[in-house]
Design a binder for this molecule. Structure first.
Ligand code: SAH
Length: 204
């Protein structure tokens, strides 16, 4: 079923073998509520705890492909959620830091990932709008919730040459890729429309 899911992603335009091999390797059904596990290898998002979702595999693959992750790259994820995206990054050999603002999800995923042998460098319970200044700079930052605007700290925590992949918008989001060209210059590309749960600010 995992191989079939990878074929579906290939048909939708995913090309990166590291990303596809990660999809072939990861038991997605274990990242989901057991009532949905029969559907785990469909290319769909599903509900997880705390009113959140596990992203659609195509979205995970698309965002990861845009990041152009190499083995050993230091990557920050905003929105740990189920940990599936975290696992994809770890399969590719990245050193992963991931922030989640829902305590319940943070606790659950923190216990769950090591059971499958996935060891992020750090999972953090906190607010992703701030990034993770004490561990910056990063080769890549991936935001897995819909951001109403691009948080400045995330741009400033990129290495020169580093990439930020962030869905920007309120009800639907434009996938946006920023590449840091120099201390002050960023290249911006917009890459299609997606739908995410919102990146919540602390006041919410
Ligand atoms: N990468 C996840 C996607 C989960 S959905 C997966 O593959 O399952 C997005 C996640 O972002 C949710 O878990 C939500 O709680 C979290 N989130 C929302 N606002 C946030 C914020 N300000 N900081 C960190 N995480 C946030």
């Amino acid at each position: 079923m995992r191989n079939q899911l990878a074929e579906v992603l290939i048909a939708k335009g995913i090309k990166n073998d590291h990303v596809l091999n990660a999809v072939r390797a990861i038991p997605r059904h274990l990242f989901m509520d057991s009532s949905f596990e029969d559907h785990a290898y469909q290319d769909k998002a599903f509900p997880i705890a705390a009113n959140q979702t596990i992203s659609q595999p195509y979205t995970v693959a698309f965002q990861t492909e845009l990041l152009e992750v190499n083995k050993g790259d230091k990557i920050l994820e905003i929105g740990t959620g189920s940990g599936y995206q975290t696992a994809v990054l770890l399969e590719i050999g990245a050193v992963v830091y991931s922030i989640e603002r829902q305590k319940e999800l943070f606790k659950r995923t923190n216990l769950f990932l090591p059971k499958l042998g996935y060891r992020p460098k750090r999972l953090i319970f906190g607010d992703g709008y701030k990034g993770l200044p004490e561990e910056a700079p990063f080769d890549g930052i991936i935001v897995t919730a819909g951001a109403p605007f691009v948080p400045k700290p995330l741009l400033s925590q990129l290495k020169i040459g580093g990439k930020l992949v962030i869905p920007v918008g309120d009800t639907s989001q434009v996938m946006t890729l920023y590449t840091r060209k120099s201390e002050k210059e960023f290249e911006k590309k917009e890459l299609g429309s997606f739908r995410f749960v919102p990146l919540l600010e602390d006041k919410n």
